[in-house]
Ligand binder design. Structure first.
Ligand code: ADP
Ligand code: MN
Ligand code: MN
Ligand code: MN
Length: 353
C-alpha cells in the first residue's frame, strides 16, 4: 500500500457550456477497479451547482485512467455529480446516457469524436502577429514548418500523454485556421468515447498550463474569413457496420432530418456563428446529407458508400459539444423514436432564433 494522487474531474454548472473542474485526493493505492475510488464532495456554490446555504455536491467516480502527467500509479478520475441525497445533479448529463445504454446497448452504438480547438496565449491565437492577422487561410491545414503551424509542442505532448493513459486517440492534425488543431477519439461505445473525450480535454488544458497556452473550444473563435471549430461526431450501430448497412445509414439520416432542430439545441452554444454555409459547413437552418459531401450536415464517408456499410459523420456538433448530450441525441434518434431535449432540461442553443 502506498499513497497515490487521484485527480477527481467533473463538469461544472457553467451555462451555456459546462467547464471542467478538478481537485486532488490522496488515497491508498493502487487503484485496480472503480470501487477502489471513494466517493468525494465539493462546494457546489463555487461551481454554479448549488446555492450558498446547502452547497454540498457529491462526486461519484465513474471512469478512471492512469495519470500520464504525474505518472503511474496516480490516476485521473472522471466523476458524475450527485446531489447531497445521492440523486443525479441537474448538470449530470452522463447518467441519462448511461440509462439509455441499458436500453439500447444491444444495438452496439459506437462513436468517434473529432475535437477541433484553437490554441491561445494571452487572448490571441498562438503564433498570430500581436496586433494583426496572419496570411489568409490555405496553407495551414496539415502544414509543417514554423511558418505554417503554431503550437505543435503542446499538441505533441498531449497526444503522447493520451496514448500513455490508454485513451483511444486515433490521430491529430493541424487545421485550416492557423493555431487550430484537431485530435480524434474513438471509435468506442458512447460512455467510454465521451469519458475519454472529457479526460483528453483535461490533459490538454493541464499541459497548456505548463506551455502557457490554453485551448479554446469556441465554435467561431475569430470572426471573419477564418474557419470555425467543430466536433464532428462519427456514429454507427451494429446494423450499419454489417451487410446492408448503407441502407440503415440512409434511413438514420432521414430520422436525423426530422429531429434537426432538437439536435441543434444540444450541439453547442453559438453554433450559428460557425454553421453559416461557408467554410465547409451547412447552415444550421437546414439539414442535408450526402456521400463525401463536406458541405452537408451529415456526411456518408466515401469508404462507407463504396463498401455498402460503415458509419456516418454528423458534422453539426460544435467544438464545445458535451459528448454525453450528443451521444444521447444520436442514440435516441437512431435506435429509439426521437430525441426531446426538453425531457432532460437541456438546451445550449436555440435554432429558432
Ligand atoms: P475526417 O475525414 O472527417 O477528418 P477523421 O479521420 O478526423 O475524419 O475522423 C474519423 C473518425 O471516425 C475517427 O474518430 C474514428 O474513430 C471514427 N470512426 C471510424 N470508424 C467508425 C465507426 N464504424 N463508427 C463510428 N466512428 C468511426
Ligand atoms: Mn478530422
Ligand atoms: Mn477537422
Ligand atoms: Mn470530419
Amino acid at each position: 500500500m502506498a499513497k497515490i494522487m487521484a485527480e477527481y474531474i467533473w463538469m461544472d454548472g457553467k451555462k451555456p457550456t459546462a467547464k471542467l473542474r478538478s481537485k486532488t485526493k490522496i488515497i491508498e493505492g493502487p487503484v485496480r477497479e472503480l470501487k477502489d475510488l471513494p466517493m468525494w464532495g465539493f462546494d457546489g456554490s463555487s461551481t454554479k451547482q448549488a446555492e450558498g446555504h446547502f452547497s454540498d455536491c457529491m462526486l461519484k467516480p465513474v471512469y478512471f485512467i492512469p495519470d500520464p502527467v504525474r505518472g503511474e500509479p496516480n490516476v485521473l478520475v472522471m466523476c458524475e455529480v450527485l446531489n447531497a441525497d445521492g440523486t443525479p445533479h441537474a448538470t449530470n448529463t452522463r447518467h441519462h446516457l448511461a440509462k439509455l445504454m441499458e436500453k439500447y446497448g444491444a444495438e452496439e452504438p459506437i462513436f468517434g469524436f473529432e475535437q477541433e480547438y484553437t490554441l491561445y496565449r494571452k487572448d490571441w491565437p498562438v503564433g498570430w502577429p500581436q496586433h494583426g492577422f496572419p496570411h489568409p487561410q490555405g496553407r495551414y491545414y496539415c502544414g509543417v514548418g514554423c511558418d505554417e503551424v503554431y503550437g505543435r509542442k503542446v499538441v505533441e505532448t498531449h497526444m503522447r500523454d493520451c496514448i500513455k493513459a490508454g485513451i483511444s486517440i486515433s490521430g491529430i492534425n493541424a487545421e485550416v485556421m492557423p493555431a487550430q488543431w484537431e485530435f480524434q477519439i474513438g471509435p468506442l461505445p458512447p460512455l467510454e468515447a465521451a469519458d475519454q473525450l472529457w479526460l483528453a480535454r483535461w490533459i490538454l488544458y493541464r499541459h497548456g498550463e505548463d506551455f502557457e497556452v490554453y485551448a479554446k473550444l469556441d465554435p467561431k473563435p475569430m470572426a471573419g474569413d477564418w474557419n470555425g471549430a467543430g466536433g464532428h461526431t462519427n456514429f454507427s450501430t451494429k446494423a450499419m457496420r454489417e451487410e446492408g448497412g448503407l441502407e440503415v445509414i440512409k434511413q438514420t439520416c432521414e430520422k436525423l432530418s426530422k429531429m434537426h432542430n432538437q439536435h441543434m439545441k444540444v450541439y453547442g452554444a453559438e453554433n450559428d456563428l460557425r454553421l453559416t454555409g461557408k467554410h465547409e459547413t451547412c447552415s444550421y437552418k437546414e439539414f442535408r446529407y450526402g456521400v463525401s459531401d463536406r458541405g452537408a450536415s451529415v456526411r456518408i464517408p466515401m469508404d462507407t458508400a463504396n463498401k455498402g456499410k460503415g458509419y456516418l459523420e454528423d458534422r453539426r456538433p460544435a467544438a464545445n459539444l458535451d459528448p454525453y448530450q450528443v451521444c444521447t441525441a444520436l442514440v435516441e434518434t437512431a435506435c429509439g423514436s426521437g430525441f426531446d431535449p426538453e425531457k432532460y432540461g437541456w438546451q445550449n442553443f436555440d435554432p429558432e432564433k
